[in-house]
Design a protein around this ligand. Structure first.
Ligand code: A2R
Length: 316
């Protein structure tokens, strides 16, 4: 199997290369932005700005993949409010460029579009666990762009008979994730306190909200399985199917540190609207691919914490 990962230099890209190339022996080519680096497990790396239609088409013609994983995104919800036009451009126009390149290649390449659990919006408690059939009501610029990508994927599959599989991926966590995400943020703060780089407690936002967390290695395994077994034109939730309170994440991180640490609610971290619980129904992906998340949350948090601790110690 030959895969092209578009946007392979980000958090998920490195783990997906590992899964496809190292664990499963696929031939993997990758695109990145100029100046970014990708794993050496790739058989080829190409500098491609997703907004350059010709470049996207060129790499598709050169690599001739069986399957394309489209990971490129402006992936920050917060930045999507500050830079809505950029987010719309990269996430929607970029996806169109990938779909058009696949369409024009004329060889029936499979395209996997990575969407987000954010597409559902601030769901009501009674709608959890969320099924793929729930109406998407996106509540951020980022979520609107991912929902648009999903609709474009369905449109291209139905109108052109293209082979397109879509995900709605819930919170995924692991080593290498930037600290703007909650698990990485709590681990980084705990590591800095443990390393003596700062004093005080771990600052948190709303501790009671419950979210669905999955180790990124499980997530990329689901992407491989969806590439192999997903049905064209269909959307699949990717999550653990379990809602965990931020309070439990903080407790597990403190336990991982082996130290006494407090937590303090920081008003600035509270969001104006926060759904009390967001949790995926994963019946569809389980039935159709056999996938389910396997790595325990505590293990993932321990690894992320230790990664930040090594970083804090090495920075002195
Ligand atoms: O923003 P950067 O410099 O970190 O680069 C990101 C890259 N990217 C682009 N690549 C080509 N042309 C562009 N115009 C462009 N703008 C951004 O896409 C980064 O290297 C990559 C996306 O990686 P991350 O932001 O680390 O996202 P992650 O966590 O790997 O998520 C993969 C997918 C995304 O579609 C998310 O929205 C979804 O999974 O959750």
């Amino acid at each position: 199997m030959k895969a092209l990962i578009v946007g392979a230099a980000g958090f998920v890209g490195g783990h997906l290369i590992e899964e496809l190339s190292v664990r499963c022996g696929w031939e993997v080519a990758a695109t990145k932005l100029r100046g970014e680096r990708v794993s050496r497990a790739c058989c080829g790396a190409f500098d491609v700005d997703i907004l350059d239609e010709d470049a996207v088409r060129g790499v598709m013609e050169r690599v001739k993949p069986d399957i394309v994983y489209h990971l490129v995104a402006q992936s920050s919800v917060a930045l999507s409010w500050e830079k809505p036009a950029l987010t719309v451009e990269v996430n929607i126009k970029g996806s169109v460029n990938v779909l058009e390149a696949a369409r024009k290649s004329g060889v029936g390449v499979r395209v996997v579009l990575i969407g987000s659990g954010e597409e559902y919006g601030n769901v009501r408690e009674e709608d959890c666990p969320i099924k793929e059939t729930l109406e998407a009501k996106p509540q951020s610029v980022y979520a609107v762009t991912k929902s648009a990508q999903n609709q474009l994927g369905r449109l291209y599959a139905a109108s052109y008979g293209m082979d397109i599989v879509m995900t709605r991926s819930f919170n995924h966590i692991g080593v290498g994730q930037p600290a703007r995400f909650v698990a990485a943020d709590l681990c980084e703060q705990a590591a800095e306190i443990a390393a003596g780089k700062r004093e005080g407690a771990i600052n948190v936002g709303n501790m009671d909200v419950r979210r669905d967390f999955t180790d990124v290695r499980d997530v990329v395994r689901s992407y491989r399985l969806l590439g192999e077994k997903g049905k064209s034109g269909e959307t699949y939730n990717v999550g653990s199917g379990r809602a965990v309170a931020i309070r439990e994440i903080a407790d597990a991180v403190i336990k991982a540190s082996g130290k006494e640490m407090g937590v303090k609610v920081d008003e600035k971290r509270l969001r104006p609207v926060d759904a009390p619980v967001i949790c995926a129904d994963i019946g569809k992906i389980q039935r159709e691919t056999g996938w389910k998340a396997e790595i325990p949350l505590e293990r993932t948090l321990q690894e992320i914490y230790e990664w930040f601790l090594r970083k804090a110690m090495s920075e002195g």
